[in-house]
Design a protein around this ligand. Structure first.
Ligand code: PLP
Length: 633
């Protein structure tokens, strides 16, 4: 039976056809979702990054994937609209908060131009960005989040410039503020109302909907808003009904329930003779991070075309039933647009192992009997007594720890006992491969003997959701994929925090606590990719341990280029000085302190003058360096 990297790392399930393994065993990005069109080995991109003088870890952005996702979303809705003979249009917007990087927003706006795809903002900085970047007069700018006077003024500034800037009232009191500012500015606003859904969604963001949600108006408050607008003679300003179920909705049933409720409220409002035009179903379109196609939090049980069809069909049926015109449909998908386009590449810098083959301690007659017993366990071990020998070895290990604490064992005896214990464990694990049935005890053994691969990155900076909400992200090596990996591993980051580990991986049999990786040698680089980091992860990282932002490169496919791609832009990540400054340190003062101190030592004759200057330069240089570990690999 031959080993298959596809199966081992579940690539087909999570990659959405954007990633695949080539004949040389390298993981490739397929910018056009077609193996025959173009494959770019990610290792090649890493090589070029290194040639440009950047070190790992690094974020790689594939702009073609962003463009492809924007097209796919818009085409899915166009298709559904055509097929179901729906009379409205699709007018999607990209929510900036999901990945606010300028280059990301720019690319999305550009790719979406032909579809009049717009932007969504949820804060003042985001509306400032939306006003400057969404210049298409036909696309929407949807303004969510809590708002103050200046937020309203900015929205009306957009309207003055001829943009479709819709202010979504999240909170009843915002309506009066908006009306006040619009009188002050003498301009009629475009108004949306956010409906608080009664149907609660499931999953990690369930609190975005339901009676106690933080955002949105109850039906009663919606009626009150309509009455206020009527009294002000501004009913024609009401243009949109919005709702949002939360992010990463795994179950299509939840989406259907929400859309049925939202469409019904929309239709009733339209029936009041109000010329409301847009129904905005918010975000929630999920990503199948774990490839299980299930209703697990990190998955989804539907496809994009199904999502579009369900939305369009439900809205059509309800509006036809209520005999009102079909609205233009808005969605605010962020995760689905951005997740695939970026990945983090890190290098393994060390391996923590338990059994050290190179530790030798010759048997001596004077050896303590515990050590002698551990040795006999190893010698007697065979396929038929694995469980018995494991029990013995465990017991000897426990007893020896007690004995050591009581001063009965010497340091080197204790070391030898532990080393032989792990050798027993390794051999049992080898023997088990010949067995059909493996008892639970022995299964757990596999986990306990896992090697810890130390990777040059910080979970807190680069994959915050792994730490914060147990998000599962696809992780796999970028090379050697034509060779079966035999090591069971756990991944640790370089932060000084025991939470800085990855404990969930996708395996051939679902989630696993370990990942299969290759044996590695110090002289050959071994790169690991963390995938689907483009949504939220990219921008939510925190500087725990003062590990700063990663270097970042923007990659474009180019079929005419020899290697099939080019790096459009390389942005250097944070230096030690940068991150210290954000925490209010003053790097140049710090360098001064060191200089003074060294000068003192020079005067006192503890440090040679020539060396002293070098030490000072060295300290200053380190302030200018990347915050991650510098390694040849
Ligand atoms: C966060 C958010 C989104 C984006 O949701 P995704 O699930 O990432 O698509 C859309 N709309 C609103 C109001 C949001 O708060």
């Amino acid at each position: 039976m031959s080993w298959d990297p596809q199966e081992q790392y579940n690539i087909e399930r999570w990659s959405d056809s954007f990633f695949d393994v080539n004949d040389d065993g390298h993981l490739c990005v397929l910018p056009f979702q077609d193996k025959n069109e173009l494959q770019i080995p990610i290792s090649k991109v890493v090589e070029e990054i290194k040639l440009q003088g950047l070190k790992l870890p690094v974020v790689i952005r594939f702009h073609d994937i962003l463009r492809a996702q924007v097209r796919k979303l818009n085409l899915a809705f166009q298709e559904a609209i055509k097929e179901l003979d729906y009379h409205g249009q699709y007018r999607g917007v990209y929510p900036i908060k999901v990945n606010q990087m300028r280059e990301v927003v720019e690319e999305i706006v550009e790719a979406g131009a032909e579809f009049d795809y717009g932007l969504e903002a949820g804060s003042k900085p985001e509306i400032l960005a939306a006003l400057a970047y969404n210049t298409n007069l036909n696309s929407l700018t949807i303004l969510n989040g809590y708002k103050d006077r200046d937020y309203m003024r900015l929205a009306l500034l957009g309207v003055k410039m001829g943009r479709k800037c819709l202010v979504v009232i999240e909170n009843f009191s915002e309506l009066n503020l908006l009306l006040e500012v619009s009188r002050e500015q003498n301009i009629r606003p475009l108004i949306g109302l956010r409906l608080k859904l009664s149907s609660e969604s499931r999953g990690k963001w369930a609190s975005s909907s339901g009676e106690n949600a933080k955002f949105g108006l109850s039906i009663l408050e919606i009626i009150k808003c309509i009455n206020i607008l009527k009294n002000e003679d501004m009913l024609d300003c009401l243009k949109l009904l919005h709702f949002h179920m939360g992010s990463q909705i795994a179950d299509i049933k939840t989406i259907k329930e929400a859309i049925i409720e939202g469409a019904r409220v929309y239709a009733k409002i339209a029936k009041m003779g109000i010329n409301i035009e847009y129904l905005d179903a918010g975000g929630g379109l999920a990503i199948d991070y774990d490839g299980s196609r299930s209703t697990r939090d990190s998955s989804r049980n539907y496809r994009l075309d199904e999502y579009a069809m369900d939305l369009v069909l439900s809205i059509k049926q309800i509006c036809d039933d209520e005999k009102v015109a079909h609205p233009h449909i808005v969605t605010e998908s962020g995760r689905a647009i951005t997740a695939h386009h970026s990945c983090v590449v890190t290098n393994v810098i060390d391996i923590k192992k338990k059994h050290h083959e190179d530790f030798e301690r010759k048997a001596q007659e004077s050896d303590h009997y515990l050590l002698q017993n551990m040795r006999s366990t190893l010698e007697e071990l065979n396929i038929s007594n694995c469980q018995e020998m494991l029990n013995d070895a465990k017991q000897i290990k426990n007893e020896s720890m007690q004995a050591f604490k009581l001063g009965i064992l010497e340091l080197d005896e204790q070391a030898a006992i532990e080393n032989i214990y792990w050798q027993v464990v390794d051999q049992i694990s080898e023997l088990l491969k010949q067995k059909e049935f493996i008892p639970d005890d022995l299964r757990e053994l596999e986990q306990s003997r896992a090697k810890q691969y130390l990777c040059n990155f910080s979970v807190f900076q680069s994959a915050a959701d792994i730490w914060a909400i147990d998000q599962v992200l696809p992780i796999m090596p970028l090379q050697k994929l034509n060779e079966e990996p035999k090591e069971d591993c756990k991944l640790c980051d370089i932060s000084c925090d025991s939470d800085g580990q990855i404990k969930q991986f996708l395996g051939p049999e679902g989630l696993s606590e370990t990942i299969k990786l290759h044996k590695i040698t110090n002289d050959v680089p071994y790169h690991i990719g963390i995938f689907l980091t483009g949504a939220y992860q990219d921008v939510m990282g925190v500087m725990h341990n003062l590990f700063g932002r990663l270097h970042e490169v923007h990659v474009y496919a180019d079929k005419d280029d020899e290697s099939g791609f080019y790096i459009d832009e390389a942005i250097t990540g944070g230096t030690a000085g940068d991150v210290l400054s954000t925490m209010q340190y003053n790097p140049s003062n710090m360098a001064q302190v060191i200089k003074k101190e060294i000068d003192k030592n020079i005067k006192a004759g503890h440090i040679q003058a020539r060396m002293g200057v070098k030490h000072i330069d060295f300290y200053e240089n380190c302030l200018k360096q990347y915050t991650y570990l510098d390694s040849q690999n």
